[in-house]
Write a protein that binds this ligand. Structure first.
Ligand code: SF4
Length: 458
């Protein structure tokens, strides 16, 4: 069993949790559908967003340089990082230069991707995630299981236990209002004592050099406004050309991510406050290589809304941790093999290829086609185990022509009807573990068609 299947089996063993996980995410998907339906030009917005991203990707160098020039003119210090190691070093240098040891951070998938938290902790820096979901999983020392709802795999009773242990809340109390209030008091003290605030970036506007951060908790603003040093971390793909393009993306993002009409805080940061420093770190970490890859280039359009996860029947029933990569779900299955094809070769197969992700994606990434392309590439590069390779070769031969197809159909129908159950449901038949095969007909569709239709229409 591959790693995804193994972790999924463990996740599914707790039926109550997996059903609840599935239903909760489906509820978010339905909420998204309802608010998207209130925007008559929804499909035009998706088309427009996709076109803007296409244009940016085709002119990325120009827009990045324009953004840098404007940001520098605004008094911002701009840094460039080729990879995760360089990114982490740049952040540490800024922190050290300011003789800081206390850092607050709002949600940033890029910092997760680069492993910033453990890196800074090894250097003696206290880094506190201030998004509530992120703080919960930070307390548990585990990665997020969803890019928008990082603690969606946990139930409120577990969070009650965790907060009792970490924040000394009342034992056995899991009321969300009570727990949120406790987190608020705890985080307020962290905000007030932090020397550096780090945020992610949702959009970077080339014509002004401004960056835009969307949060529902206002934690990015709390951090940035209280700390004397602010650092904003962005991948090279976050650029949009003009401020007027923002409206297209903010309308799509909030509705796609959580089914809200608007994100609670859409914060624009243009220049440092008087007496404080503002840094922007622009990171490649494999993105430029993907830009040059025609098949997977479109994955750079992703605005990290998470809706492909909410709709995916596999993600909802397997949980985010089964993907073992910082970005799970359908788009994670496209991104992870770029990082390490050997380690993540199972992910493109963790998909039904139903296309629901592509239908819902606000920037119209052809996600299921990219997943399918990975399957082909992994198979051509012979990254399969023999356990997968041999059955696929046999299946390829069977489906290649009608002679073998008809013959194997006959054999299968005979075997299912005549062999003892212990052979049909042997442990190597993984499909048979959780399912009963349907009753098998004595003849194939072709035989039936010849007998009952063609013969009567001669
Ligand atoms: S691939 Fe599309 S649906 Fe998935 S997170 Fe990115 S923008 Fe959202």
């Amino acid at each position: 069993m591959n790693a995804h299947a193994q972790i999924t089996a463990n996740f599914l063993a707790n039926r109550e949790r997996s059903d609840w996980h599935d239903q909760t995410l489906w509820m978010v998907r339905q909420k998204r559908d309802r608010v998207a339906a209130t925007v008559p030009e929804w499909e035009e917005l998706r088309e427009e967003a996709s076109k803007i991203k296409d244009h940016v990707l085709s002119n990325l160098e120009r827009y990045l340089l324009q953004f840098e020039e404007k940001a520098v003119a605004n008094g911002v210090q701009v840094h460039w990082a080729a990879d995760a190691a360089e990114f982490n070093e740049i952040i540490l240098q800024i922190i050290n230069k300011n003789k800081a040891i206390r850092v607050v951070k709002s949600k940033s998938m890029l910092t997760e991707e680069c492993g910033l938290n453990p890196f800074l902790e090894r250097s003696g820096i206290e880094i506190v995630d201030t998004d509530l979901g992120e703080r919960i999983i930070q307390f548990r020392r585990e990665p997020p299981s969803h890019i928008v709802l990082p603690a969606i795999h946990l139930k409120k009773e577990e969070i009650g236990e965790l907060f009792h242990e970490k924040l000394n809340t009342e034992k056995g109390v899991s009321d969300p209002h009570y727990l949120t209030a406790a987190a608020r008091v705890h985080l307020r003290q962290k905000f007030l004592t932090a020397e550096v605030a780090i945020t992610g970036v949702n959009f970077a506007v080339a014509e002004t050099g401004a960056i835009v951060v969307c949060t529902n908790e206002g934690n990015a603003d709390m951090g940035v406004h209280a700390a004397p040093v602010q650092i904003h971390c962005m991948g090279i793909e976050k650029i949009i050309p003009r401020t007027m393009d923002l409206g297209v993306f903010t309308r799509l993002l909030a509705r796609s991510a959580t089914g809200q009409h608007i994100t609670t805080y859409t914060s624009h940061y243009l220049e440092p406050r008087e007496g404080s420093d503002m840094h922007i770190v622009i990171v490649d970490n494999g993105r430029a290589e993907r830009l040059g890859n025609k098949t997977f280039r479109d994955s750079l359009k992703c605005i990290r809304c998470g809706s492909c996860m909410n709709t995916c029947p596999v993600y909802r029933r397997s949980g985010g941790h089964s993907y073992r990569y910082v970005i799970p779900g359908p788009i994670g299955s496209v991104l992870a093999p770029h990082i390490n094809i050997r380690q993540y070769k199972d992910l493109p197969f963790a998909s039904s290829l139903c296309g629901s992700c592509t239908n819902i994606c606000p920037v119209k990434i052809d996600i299921q086609q990219q997943i399918y392309s990975w399957r082909q590439e992994i198979s051509q590069k012979k990254k399969f185990s023999a356990f997968k390779n041999i059955p696929l070769r046999i299946a390829g031969r069977i489906f290649a022509g009608s002679r073998w197809y008809d013959f194997s159909g006959k054999v299968a129908r005979w075997a299912i009807r005549n062999l003892p159950r212990r052979i049909i449901y042997h442990r190597i038949n993984v499909w048979g573990r959780g399912r009963e095969l349907p009753e098998v007909s004595g003849e194939s569709f072709k035989e039936w068609y010849k007998r009952s239709y063609i013969s009567t229409h001669k």
